[in-house]
Design a protein around this ligand. Sequence first.
Ligand code: ZN
Length: 299
Amino acid sequence: MADAKTPLITLPTDTEEIDCPICGGKKRTWRCDEKGWKIWTCAQCGHTYVSPRPTEDFLKRYYESCYLSSSQDAGQQWEGKLGGIFESVIQSVDRYHPGRGDFLEVGAGFGGLLELADRNGWRVSGIEPSESGVATIRQRLGDRAAVYQGLFEEFDLPPNSFDCLAILNVIEHVRDPLSVCRKAFDLLRPNGCIVIRWPQMLFLNLMRKKMGAPEPELLGAPAHLHDFCDKSVRRMLAEAGFKDVRHCWSSTRDVFSSSRGVKRMLFRATKTLAYLTHVLSGGRLITPFVARLTLARKP
Ligand SMILES: [Zn+2]
């Protein structure tokens, strides 16, 4: 039996209090707690973040123990549910940055995007922390892809080496997203483009909680440390030196692909509405609170 004095949820002691990691602002509003992590929104740039944030060491232990799947099957199943995300990334890059060259994906997973970029004429490279991901990419692409195992922050790649750098659903996990964007800026050649895919989670999940959903995930802390908004993504990219920031609609993961009924119908309707709003407005409008692709250029 558990000791009555032992709290059910323990926070690591190695955390650090931070100001807004995008603009450095100190003024903020408390939004909620999730599993003991405090979540705030910056009054200056609108960015939502976890503070105190976990240390690098804590996150390494956390991912090793409970987040990363080491099985190739699980990874490929997950990729099967992505429902057109990779295609929408390649199409958006094509429209924004016609031409080809060297393509780097940070957090390349099991190589689905790299395979598509390779088929579309890019020379591809990927950085991926998981061993099974790297093995699958090597199997799929052989010597057509340069693959590095580890974290982006740890690698010293030569500056001005890439024409496109993709970061899909990674930026919300990193402790310091601004330094990741600065590093991406250095690695790109002039006129090269960055493409980021980022979710918007907190608002909808807080609504679900208010409507009585039992124990909904809020931000997904401590795996997710950020909830971006259009304004904070623009600010982050501008701080890193990027220009011509453009937000695009991104296809959405088919989270209910294995279930039938009302949930799936509602999900499909929301996805279609987001897509139609984007297309009918000539690419100017995106319904709120759906994942975005954001592109920007190194001058
Ligand atoms: Zn801020």
